[in-house]
Structure formats: C-alpha cells, structure tokens
Design a protein around this ligand. Sequence first.
Ligand SMILES: Cc1cc2nc3c(=O)[nH]c(=O)nc-3n(C[C@H](O)[C@H](O)[C@H](O)COP(=O)(O)O)c2cc1C
Length: 408
Amino acid sequence: MDPLHNRPIVLGVSGSIACYKAVDLASRLVKAGALVDVVMTANATRFVTPLCFKSITHRPVVDDLWDTNAEMAIEHVGLAKRAAAILIAPATANLLAKLSLGFAEDALQTTVLDTRAPIVIAPAMEGDMYGATTTQEHIARLRARGVVFVEPESGRLASGLSGRGRLADAETILGTLRATLARGGDLAGRRIVISAGGTQEPIDPVRIITNRSSGKMGFALAEAARDRGARVTLIATPTTDALAPPIGTELVRIGTVIEMHEAVRAATAEADALIMAAAVSDYRVAHPAEQKIKKRGAAANGLTIELVANPDILTETVGDFVRVGFAAESEDLLANATQKLDKKRLDLIVANDITGAGSGFGSDTNRVILVGRGGVAEELPTLPKREVADAILDRVAAILATRQKGER
Ligand SMILES: Cc1cc2nc3c(=O)[nH]c(=O)nc-3n(C[C@H](O)[C@H](O)[C@H](O)COP(=O)(O)O)c2cc1C
C-alpha cells in the first residue's frame, strides 16, 4: 500500500521561481490518494495563484493567517495537528532561515512550528544562496531537529547561471516523503536485502550469457519494503538499467553471479531478510576469452564453450535471516518449487509460471503461488507486481513477528 494513500499531507510552497513545479507535486500527491492541503507564503502567491492549487486539490488553499474565513483562523492549529507529514517544496532561503529560528509570522511558519509530524524540505534557490554559510547553518540546525532534506540538483538555474540549487525532481521528492512516512510501517527498522534482474556471465569482452529477467519484480519488492519502513539494499544487475531505483534504497550494481554472491554476503551480515528475486545463471564460462572470439580457425565450423557451475547463492549464504527464493518454472511448478524450498532451507518460495500470459519476465503483472514451510501454498490471482510484492512482504513481516515473539 502506498504510504501516501488516504494520508493528510500539508504541501508548503514558498516564493521561489520553482513554484510552478509545486503544482505538479500537488497533482502527483492527489493521484497517489493523499489528502492535500496547500499552505502558501504571500510571496509564493506572486508566482502561482492559490486557485491553481485549489483546482487540483479540491480543497481550500491557506495563504493568509489573518483571513477570518480561512481554516487557519477558525481552527488555528488544525492543519499542523492533522498532517501525517509536511512537505515544503520549493523552500526559499528566506523560509529556511525563518524555520531554523522558529519564526511564526505567516500560515506556513506557524504550521511548521506547531506540528509534531515529520517534515520534508526541498530547497530551491541560486547556487550561491544555497552554498552561503548562513543557509547551510540553517539547514544543519533543521536537520539536527529531524527535518529531512531533499537536496537540490546541480544544473542550469533560472538566472542562466549554473550551480547547485535546482529543485530536486518530483520522483525524488515524493520518494523521500514516502520513505519518511513509512517510518511507522510494519517493517520499520528491518534490514531487507533484495536481488533483482538477470546476471551476466562474460564469454569474451563482447558477448555474455544472460536471461530475460527485467528486474521489475525485485524493484517492486524494494519499493514496497521501503514503503513499509525497511532499510533496503537492492542488488541489481545490468538488465535492470532501464528501471529507476526506488528513492531511499541502497543500490549495489553487480554483473556476474560471483559478484552477486559477494554483494549478498556483505549485505546480509546484519540483515533480517534476504529475498532473491534475481534470475541467477546456474553456469558461467570456465575461461572467458580475453579478446573477442573471431569466426575463424577452430571457431569457424562451430564453437564449444566450457561451462562450470556457479555457486548457489541462497544455499551458501548462511545467517539468521528470513530466506525467500523465487522459482521461475515452465513445468511442474508446485513440485519443483516445493523441492527447491526444502533443498535450500527457505522460509518462503515464490513460484511463478513463466509461460502464462501477464506473468513472469518483463511483464508488469505476475501470477504466483506462495509456498511456505511444510508446503502450505497460497495461489494469488494475476496482480500488478507491486501488489505481489506486498503479499510477499506480508508473509515476511509475519515470519519476523513470530520469530521476535519466540525470542522473548
Ligand atoms: C523572480 C524571483 C525569483 C526568486 N526565486 C527564488 C528562489 O528560487 N529561491 C529563493 O530562495 N528565493 C527566490 N526569490 C526571492 C524570494 O522570493 C524572497 O526571498 C522572498 O522574500 C521569499 O519569501 P517567502 O520565503 O516568504 O516565500 C526570488 C525572487 C524573485 C523576484
């Protein structure tokens, strides 16, 4: 479930040239199911009208602390207390200074001072304003009080100059907001390691042995785990390069099975769960050629490549964490999956029939059977991969909760 769904979010907007981007943010928040209250500074209304936000959020916009008809006047502290989170984007240098010092001169400053909800701030300003010692001091003070910052990007600024100060992109801002809201989720404080994509084994400097895995299932798992409060390490192969890694997760890029094995070993040292969603090559080339293999000599009439077995990462990575495997099968799905569950001593196996429509590699949906210890199977209908991910994490959270009870 998206942590923004049905959550009251205050979107604070201050007087930056990047104000127009806040309109897009408001729209994305509404689409994600959030209940959005926009609070604008007086100077923000010089850039974008309150009507623009009101038309998107279908709620009154607060831009005047003294408007006797506005909610701020009637229910002075209502927004601050009701908010699940406050997002300020864009935040001006002026506003950062005021918030750092605890000013309560207008509706936005008052709301921030009066809230106990998490606060996420995305600054936007000229590079030299952002780099100014005073601005950085204010940011450091706010950070020390628990405010989460989404750093501005470097690039061309409205003035025509280049520097760090451009408002971060919408996905980064909303990803950070989601991760902040997820702190109270059922996987809060848990460390989850997820592998995604298809490994690549070199034959020579040009050719590889790989598979059809897109990594979409692993990335959906990483996003869902983050949205439930977990600290996620996502170990991804080059076949996932087209996917945007979920904001707030730690991304480790690898290519071969040996590299993945090493990355998994390092990441699971303190993990609560390992979910191996990657499609891992069972074999690698015994002696990859250092130079491109030419179509001449011995290779002209055919080529034999010697393969050797790769390590079985799940079996060989030992530790006290929940172990989840995937079984992509084209026949005897349940029998093969159960056998794999027992052999690899897994807590859960996700069996998917890669021959079905709307299931398996590259697809946005998946049809799986979840098989737990003792062979207890639950068949899910064809679902978006994000929903399959949440169903898998429901099981992981339940196993972790049972283990914790046992420890007490
Ligand atoms: C055209 C224009 C663009 C501006 N853009 C920014 C900006 O991106 N970031 C910033 O910190 N200040 C910017 N300012 C300056 C702020 O608007 C000014 O500091 C104002 O007092 C901020 O008020 P507020 O923080 O209450 O919204 C801009 C001013 C103008 C006239």
